[in-house]
Design a protein around this ligand. Structure first.
Ligand code: SF4
Ligand code: SF4
Length: 329
């Protein structure tokens, strides 16, 4: 159905080696144990509701932002509240809308799937309160600082529905971020994986690091036709394998690669316009997050132009991520 294309992995890894990925702008390194405790809880709650963030957009603290940026910047204004398991256990729809609005007026919020996100927050709070005295830091300590294993962080997070993704997108995002911030230093960082979301899938399929060998799947992905959970899982698994290969060939860390492919997917290779490569030049330099996240002196085209199959071949450029409804990414 799909295979990893070794030659394309090498071509993309070569481009990647020429770029430097900067530190994440939301990486807050705590100075005290109390700050570390707060960060562990804050990110656990925020990551739990990080799916389908495309409706979020507005101006927070004088700066326009969207999606994940909006989610983080808006919730960061009330970090102590969001980091409180007691507060999140009691949060209602009006308060969630108020937090996720420019001016704390729930009527002005653009957030969607509110009941789903409320349930997720309540479920995280319930697990933390029942099993970890309300502290995500206790989950980390009881896991022995290990991601993997039957008693590891991911296995423990799996008690929470928002973290039950078979590819562990949210869990990997959480542990990768908290490890980088020094909040959850990992005993087994080799078990970190790239977060398998729609941006990573779109870029992997268009670059050709993953080749689709099933003509029916190729047509479905080009037409954005809904696919089954089983097919979605297989696509994500092969994309994950290809990302592992590019990481091994390029020498960047999983965390760096994750930031790189994610910013690429929401900048040059975004879902609401044609890819910015080949004959097309950039129209969005003013809002591009890639050139902030990566040391790339952009002259108006994607950094993979020429190496990526999508920049040379319409058949690859026309591919999209899988079309599924999911709470996992
Ligand atoms: S500024 Fe450059 S890196 Fe950013 S979206 Fe445009 S072409 Fe891509
Ligand atoms: S070169 Fe084009 S198709 Fe390939 S990742 Fe960049 S924007 Fe997407």
């Amino acid at each position: 159905m799909l295979i990893v294309n070794e030659a394309q992995c090498q071509a993309i890894a070569q481009r990647l080696r020429q770029q430097t990925i900067r530190a994440d702008e939301y990486l807050f390194v705590p100075a005290t144990r109390e700050e570390a405790r707060r960060e562990a809880n804050y990110w656990t709650f925020v990551v739990a509701i990080c799916q389908h963030t495309k409706s979020l957009a507005g101006t927070i603290d004088g700066r326009w932002c969207r999606g994940w940026d909006y989610l983080v910047r808006a919730t960061r204004r009330v970090v102590d509240e969001v980091a409180s398991a007691e507060a999140m256990a009691a949060i209602n729809a009006d308060r969630l809308r108020a937090i996720l609005s420019d001016d704390f007026d729930p009527a002005h919020s653009t957030v969607d799937r509110v009941e789903e996100r409320l349930r997720q927050l309540h479920e995280v709070a319930a697990t933390l309160l029942e099993q970890y005295e309300g502290e995500a830091m206790n989950l980390y300590h009881q896991a022995g600082g290990r991601i993997a294993g039957p008693d590891g962080i991911i296995a423990r997070l799996r008690a929470i529905p928002a973290f039950q993704d078979p590819l562990n997108k949210k869990a990997q995002l959480l542990v990768g971020h908290l490890d980088a911030a020094g909040v959850w230093p990992l005993d087994d960082p080799e078990n970190l994986k790239v977060c398998m979301d729609y941006h990573a899938m779109r870029v992997a399929l268009r670059t050709g690091i993953v080749e689709i060998t099933d003509p029916g799947l190729r047509i479905a992905l080009k037409q954005k036709a809904p696919v089954t959970d089983e097919i979605n899982h297989r696509v994500r698994q092969v994309v994950s394998d290809a990302c592992d290969r590019v990481i091994a060939l390029s020498g960047v860390s999983v965390y760096e690669f994750d930031k790189w492919i994610w910013h690429l997917g929401r900048s040059c290779c975004f879902y609401d316009h044609e890819p910015i490569c080949g004959p097309r030049t950039c129209h969005k330099m003013d809002i591009c997050t890639y050139i902030k996240a990566v040391d790339y002196r952009c002259l108006g085209k994607c950094s993979l132009d020429g190496a990526c199959k999508g920049s040379r071949d319409d058949d690859y450029r026309a591919l999209w991520e899988t079309n599924v409804y999911t709470e996992y990414y």
